[in-house]
Design a protein around this ligand. Structure first.
Ligand SMILES: *Cc1c(COP(=O)(O)O)cnc(C)c1O
Length: 383
């Protein structure tokens, strides 16, 4: 029987019953660049830390186990993971990508991948005709669900059937729900991307990124590429993410519990025009996310009535921080128009529904009473 996710965050079965590393419970940080060889033509299994490092490897195996992949790759940031992944494609390849992806992914595709002669078609993958956009040179479909920041939910299994029928790779950025709530590989995806900076690390203190796959062929390509390009995660940062992941489950549960309360509270505020949270039964993706995931996460986007109210909220928060990023223990609020999605072309941003009245919350694990007290205060300041 496969062990539960909380257990898998803590224990790798292959190390059990052994007392290597003096029995240290916390996996050691192998802060070394290189490794001495026992003899000519011999290796300890590690040669140089750009290729592999024991601490990074322990982390990669843990993340692979959580996602149900055969292997994972730990990179210095989420964007480094996406950059590395793009190297498995060739100039002239076409990709169908979700229009409401993380803004940095769109910036990368439009400014770097296109320069390398990759083509993109952006769609709302929760409702547009994906199959109709497939061309002779299409190689992959790249989605996020829920999307950032509009929280659109796409049906991973349905999209994976389209991908398989046309021999395309399905890539899913699973940052928002983390492997604790959603496992795209089990729903037919070929590759999962994570910004480990977010829920996996969970403490707003470390940058990291992951690629996870269940394909031997992709795994071999990526092992070659990570050693050749060199953005593997450092031993210390690998340890910080391992340390953060030990509490992934309880953090995900607690922040989601807070998020459900806050989403319902937001709905009752007269200055709030719309709440985008897939855990609300009226959300158009509610049934799909219930079917394909074990939770709704703790990201909430909402529109207020005026830009002035949006600005007042971000300028008045005190305990809640006005900061980019998400998925950490502290609650953050962001303004997608000028922060995370500033480099998305205006017309795309507006079409996706991101307006100057849109705010995004990443709910942390503070006491709900304190979060609601702070929100009540900033929502009811005198005009
Ligand atoms: C933050 C983020 C990224 C990029 O990750 P970094 O660690 O910041 O480089 C990619 N995808 C999503 C969904 C993100 O939220």
């Amino acid at each position: 029987m496969e062990r539960g996710l909380n257990t898998r965050c803590l224990h790798l079965e292959e190390t059990e019953g052994k007392t290597e590393h003096y029995g240290a419970l916390s996996y050691p940080i192998y802060q070394t660049a290189t490794y001495a060889h026992p003899g000519a033509g011999k290796s300890t299994g590690y040669d140089y830390s750009r290729l592999q490092n024991p601490t990074r490897e322990h982390l990669e195996k843990t993340v692979a186990s959580l996602e149900g992949g055969i292997d994972a790759f730990a990179l210095s940031t989420g964007m480094a993971a996406i950059t590395l992944l793009m190297e498995i494609f060739e100039p002239g390849d076409h990709m169908i990508a979700e229009a409401d992806l993380y803004g940095g992914s769109i910036r990368f595709f439009d400014n770097v991948s296109k320069k390398n002669h990759y083509e993109f078609t952006y769609l709302n993958c929760s409702k547009d005709d994906i199959e109709g956009a497939i061309k002779g040179n299409t190689k992959a479909i790249y989605i996020e669900t829920p999307t950032n920041p509009m929280m659109n939910v796409s049906d991973i299994a349905a999209i994976s059937r389209i991908a398989k029928k046309h021999n395309l790779l399905l890539i899913v950025d699973n940052t928002f729900l983390s492997p604790y709530f959603q496992n795209p590989l089990k729903l037919g995806a070929d590759i999962v991307i994570h910004s480990g900076t977010k829920f996996l690390g969970g403490h707003n203190d470390t940058l990291a990124g992951f690629i996870v796959t269940n394909s031997d062929e992709i795994k071999e390509k990526l092992r070659f590429l990570i050693k050749t390009t060199g953005a593997g995660l450092s031993p210390f940062d690998s340890w910080l993410i391992l340390r953060g992941m030990k509490t992934l489950g309880i953090r995900m549960e607690k922040s989601q519990e807070n998020a459900i309360r806050i989403a319902n509270w937001l709905k009752e505020q007269h200055i709030v025009k719309k709440v985008y949270y897939p855990g609300l039964p009226e959300h158009p993706g509610y049934e799909i996310i219930k079917r394909q995931a074990r939770g709704f996460g703790s990201m909430i986007t909402f529109d207020v009535d005026t830009k002035e109210h949006a600005w007042k909220i971000i300028e008045s928060v005190r305990m809640i921080k006005f900061a980019e990023s998400l998925g950490g223990v502290e609650t953050l609020i962001t303004y997608p128009t000028t922060q995370t999605h500033a480099d998305v072309p205006d017309e795309v941003r507006i079409q996706n529904g991101i307006t100057p009245c849109t705010l995004r919350l990443s709910i942390g694990i503070e006491d709900i009473e304190d979060l609601l007290a702070e929100l009540s205060y900033v929502f009811h300041l005198p005009e």
